[in-house]
Ligand binder design. Sequence first.
Ligand SMILES: NC(=O)c1ccc[n+]([C@@H]2O[C@H](COP(=O)([O-])OP(=O)(O)OC[C@H]3O[C@@H](n4cnc5c(N)ncnc54)[C@H](O)[C@@H]3O)[C@@H](O)[C@H]2O)c1
Ligand SMILES: [Zn+2]
Ligand SMILES: [Zn+2]
Length: 396
Amino acid sequence: MRATVWHGKRDVRVEHVPDPRIQEDTDAVVRITSSGLCGSDLHLYEVLAPFMTPGDILGHEPIGIVEEVGPAVPDLAPGDRVVVPFQIACGECWTCRRGLPTQCETTQVTEYGMGAQLFGYTKLYGAVPGAQAEYLRVPQAQYGPIKVPQGPPDDRFVYLSDVLPTAWQAVKYAGVPPGGSIAVLGLGPIGAMACRVARHLGAGTVIGVDLVRERLDRALREGVTALDLEAFDSGAALVDAVRGLTDGRGPDAVIDAVGTEAHGSPVAKLAQAAVGLLPRGLGARITETAGVDRLSALELAISLVRRGGTVSVSGVYGGAVDPLPMLTMFDKQIQLRMGQANVRAWTDEILPLLTDEDPLGVDDFATHHVPLDEAPDAYAMFQKKQDGAIKVLFKP
Ligand SMILES: NC(=O)c1ccc[n+]([C@@H]2O[C@H](COP(=O)([O-])OP(=O)(O)OC[C@H]3O[C@@H](n4cnc5c(N)ncnc54)[C@H](O)[C@@H]3O)[C@@H](O)[C@H]2O)c1
Ligand SMILES: [Zn+2]
Ligand SMILES: [Zn+2]
């Protein structure tokens, strides 16, 4: 089959690889019909490269048709249409039963002290072959795959794999009171969807921050107060502007939908600005460390949120020793929630919204549908945010 294969930093190729097959009784093999390209894949393309091995197959946002099932997968049959969650979980262990499949005790990657295995996501997460391919071997298929109706286009359901539960969890963790305010940092697929979910779940004021014109424009059209990071001289000016929109206090919650890489040079500028907001010694210490550009969005979130508010982190962070502004976080009494989205824990709440009425606008959420063979160009385009790319779906 053909698959998108990682070869090195900014080097992915579509190659022929062996077809996956059933290896365990709980496996299924799915023929992929659409597969998303995610901001998380961009981390592999760049900063997480040390945890990748040339030959790794990328991708973790698939929808497709079941080809084959192992003998211990009673609820799936060939021909079923399924969305496969990005994490691999058993559904039966202590953590799965508590709605935390990202921590599944059956699939945890204990060798690296990590949580549940993920498709196509470094050896830290099990080096499991990913879904930007023609076929996918799905371990723990007795639990993971979400059966969806035949008929509507793939776009209707594919985001159940990642974008929807991630945005949903980010908003749920944010705990915004009815009519309350929320700021979303980053208006990529996750941030854009988080804005829609926040509105749907009753937030009053939704503020979005990014630096990419098309992403800001799209949010603006959807009723989000979209702020261009680059229009502010300093982090302090942005904090002031947001306070001006939120009764002078800052939003009840801030979602960090950016993560470990703040893309582009303007962001380094903002990082310094955000550090400038911290008490002197602390800011200086942070500036001296490697953590400074990598934590810029999280630092901004901490600065923006109102006292007693919540910072909900869906952006992926990888550093083990990054310094955090503990003084500010403690003094402002901030609640901090984070983690990979527990996909199956949210499916039942989200699925009823994937109808012809399309309240979350999934049907035309994707900006690009791209043949799998063009994956290398699509990665480059998405990383550079060219051609208005916000969400890319591959068609194997
Ligand atoms: N927790 C989870 O389960 C989960 C699931 C999917 C994705 N993610 C993570 O969520 C993050 C966003 O994913 P995405 O697909 O939307 O990616 P993306 O890279 O397309 O979006 C990130 C956006 O943030 C903007 N940005 C960069 N620096 C900024 C700053 N300092 N302030 C405000 N905006 C800034 C970028 O311009 C970009 O539009 C990534 O880190 C991804 O790994 C987490
Ligand atoms: Zn993803
Ligand atoms: Zn489990």
